[in-house]
Design a protein around this ligand. Structure first.
Ligand code: IPM
Ligand code: MN
Length: 360
């Protein structure tokens, strides 16, 4: 029986995950499968109880599960702690421990939500981008790092951006493989005009493309230009490949193209496991009010079914259920507009479950 470790985390992470687990519980209605789940503390909620954002026991459980379903971490309560025990550190430790080197962040504009974006309709209608972000290397993990005192009384902050060839190769392969199943186009992002490590990035991606994926079109953009082109001509992008930090930034920009952060799921895949989580954060301001949008979390479950459990049909049914609920005019507060029907987190979950059951 497949095993999923559930880490709701903090803030609205808890509410949206609860709804997603209700969707998961109905899977057996359409598909003959039983999935075992276990809940654990993570992030701030783990700090409160255990003093650390993630315990070794939870890391071990994550490793022995088929996948991890995560909510969100962090909140003002834990913002002033030392870096080492902040909620975010738990997330980084989990990624590193599971070796999830490729982070998949789809940014899809739903036609029912065409008006939600801050960009003009004609620019974003039909946007369907997959950002592949390197997730376990680069400046996030490079050493030396820290803040040191200098003899003259000043301080010096240090972080290190480094990549080895094999780290670039493996994430590039994922990007090309995914592009093959889509529109066969990869745009690799770098800053090779200034940084040597990015020259290696560009050179390596180019070689992998040429040798192993000659059927996929590859182009390169400097990150500053990419940020600009992404709001200028978003429809021309298919798969975007970026390192850890540029991918962090570009994926937020891609998310905002859709105007609905509450709709975007993500998958982090790699060597020893996989993590599925909404792109949005813990949103402390709306936590506990039943107004959060659980769609991103439910779509993350769909990605989990597709990539970790090979249940493509169930994934499609969930995605279709969401599209149907939207086209019937139901909206959570984040995507509400006049003339649509505003519903809460739990209510939209129920509507999605009803649609999902009707798919068979
Ligand atoms: C993300 C977040 C994280 C990151 C933070 C919370 C550590 O911004 O998943 O994009 O920077 O990777
Ligand atoms: Mn981010």
């Amino acid at each position: 029986m497949p095993k999923i470790l559930v880490l709701p985390g903090d803030g609205i992470g808890v509410e949206v995950t609860e709804v997603t687990l209700e969707v998961l519980a109905t899977i057996g209605v359409n598909h003959e499968i039983q999935i075992e789940t276990e809940n654990e503390l993570f992030g701030g909620s783990s700090i409160d109880v255990n003093g650390v954002p993630v315990t070794n026991e939870v890391l071990e459980k994550a490793k022995s599960s088929d996948a991890v379903l995560l909510g969100a971490v962090g909140g003002p309560k834990w913002d002033n702690l030392e870096y080492e025990i902040r909620p975010e550190k738990g997330l980084l430790a989990l990624r590193k421990e599971l070796g999830t080197f490729a982070n998949l962040r789809p940014a899809v504009v739903y036609s029912a939500l065409n008006d939600a974006s801050t960009l003009k309709k004609e620019i974003i209608d039909g946007v369907d981008i997959m950002v592949i972000r390197e997730l376990t290397g680069g400046i996030y993990f490079g050493t030396p790092r820290g803040i040191e005192k200098l003899p003259n009384g000043e301080e010096r902050g240090i972080n290190t951006l480094l990549y080895e060839t094999s780290e670039i190769e493996r994430v590039a392969r994922i990007a090309f493989q995914i592009a093959r199943k889509r529109r066969k186009k990869v745009t690799s992002i770098d800053k090779a005009n200034v940084l040597e490590v990015m020259e290696l990035w560009k050179k390596t991606v180019t070689r992998i493309g040429k040798d192993e994926f000659p059927d996929v079109k590859l182009d390169h953009l400097y990150v500053d230009n990419a940020a600009m082109q992404l709001i200028r001509r978003p429809k021309s992008f298919d798969v975007i490949l970026a390192d850890n930090m540029f991918g962090d930034i570009i994926s937020d920009e891609a998310a905002q193209l859709t105007g609905s952060l509450g709709m975007l799921p993500s998958a982090s895949i790699g060597e020893e496991g996989a993590i599925y989580e909404p792109v949005h954060g813990s949103a402390p301001d709306i936590c506990g009010k039943n107004t959060a949008n659980p769609t991103a979390s439910i779509l993350s479950l769909a990605m989990l079914l597709r990539y970790s459990l090979n249940m493509d049909e169930a994934a499609q049914e969930i995605e279709m259920a969401i599209t149907n609920v939207l086209s019937k005019g139901y909206r959570t507060a984040d995507i509400y507009e006049e003339g649509t029907k505003k519903v809460g987190c739990k209510e939209i979950g129920k509507l999605i479950i009803e649609e999902f059951k009707n798919q068979h």
